[in-house]
Design a binder for this molecule. Sequence first.
Ligand code: UDP
Length: 318
Amino acid sequence: MRAVVTGGAGFIGSHLSDRLIGLGHEVVCVDNYITGNPAHIEALLERGQGRFSLHKHNISEHVTIEGPVDAIFHMASPASPVDYLQYPIQTLKVGSLGTHNALGLALAKKARFLLASTSEVYGDPKVHPQKEDYWGNVNPIGPRGVYDEAKRFAEAITMAYHRAHGVSVHIVRIFNTYGPRMRIADGRAVPAFLAQALRGEPLTVFGDGSQTRSFCYVSDLVEGLIRLMESDFHEPVNLGNPHEMTILELAQRIKELTGSKSPIVHKPLPVDDPLVRKPDITRARTLLGWEPKVPFDEGIRLTAEDFRRRIFGEVPVR
Ligand code: UDP
């Protein structure tokens, strides 16, 4: 299979590219490095033995890829709340124009298409846990609206290309995912708390920390992406780990697992921060036989090892 991965130098995109190369496929990575990092794919350029190539390009502009393409994984987007604040227009453009361009490529190449959508389409949910038939509770003009509405538009245009043009589309709603290669200054809870705990700095819990999230390790997520792309199901599928915890519990657990003596401090809760989030993964279980395998403590241990190496340059003890 020859796959295009937009956002292939990003956190999830680079892990997905790794897995595709490991399975013997060819990968064309399209990334403009707005939040992606060329360091993530340097090893792949070598390991791919000619099967991995890089097309430095902004997918929000028209894209041309030479040769056949069998599958397009459209992963490109800023994805951390601090990034939406810094890149609001780019976030809107990649979800709308970028998805349009990626779908146009899928139509031209008769390729299967997968949209990386998000649990953010549910907004601050009034239904808990979230099932795919819930339409959500989104503030279109709030700071997160640029991401939430772009992804909602992306889902709509993806279904339109399926209905109008018969493109074989797949839509994944990705819940909170973590793992090695997340940017240390990414701003999301897991990398923020890990970096703070390892450096002995205070862990910054926003609000009273009673809001909940459910964290999935990246290798589990990637397995689900590949299974979904192989399926013949065209409506959205939640992928995430249903193991729900409060953000205060997350901070405490990360402190324990890293042996950190850092204090926990509280900062103001960001605007429109969802109070709860937990996927109902019945659809993924039934359709794909998929469920997360990596326990939270193990995932944090693996992520902490990567963070230690990047922050302190330590060689991990195996
Ligand atoms: N959060 C926090 N401290 C931080 C970063 C995030 O308390 O330094 C909280 C944030 O307010 C939210 C949760 O952790 O309630 C998850 O935030 P994240 O940015 O990881 O992603 P989100 O799930 O909000 O998209």
